[in-house]
Write a protein that binds this ligand. Sequence first.
Ligand code: FEO
Length: 161
Amino acid sequence: MLKQEVTTKLYEQLNLECYSANLYLQMSAWCHNKSFEGISQFFKKQSQEERNHIYRIFDYLNETSTMPMLGAIEAPPFNFSSLPELINLAYEHEKNITNKIHRLVHIAMNLQDYSTFHFLQWYVAEQHKEEQIFLSILNKFKIIAIDNNGLFLIDQMINNL
Ligand code: FEO
């Protein structure tokens, strides 16, 4: 049985992962609407990955005899001023998620909940990977001119990530 503080934080994380899945699906829709079809596919895949993040926490809660609780999910933004702004927002979002995961790890360690501590290590590695992906895309904007040709090239490159 999980301690109450760990349960509360895992519920919060479950909700955040649901929000992430919706955020990336909405970003996929915006990209498709602006004819960035490669990036639209990329965000659709990211949304699917977030669903896997949901299921991992969902399963862990079930396995520890703690019924998963799904709360209200905030609506994601649906309008973005530009593609770089959208990618930057995704990057900042991932940094925020990383902070939440690290906080959870810290709580699990302080409470000597080593099972949850071990469970969270996958998320620590995953966040490292996700932050790196978005930072690498942001850096591409710095080396490729942001004109129509540059945006077309970036759309093609991200589709292949
Ligand atoms: Fe589930 Fe991208 O954090």
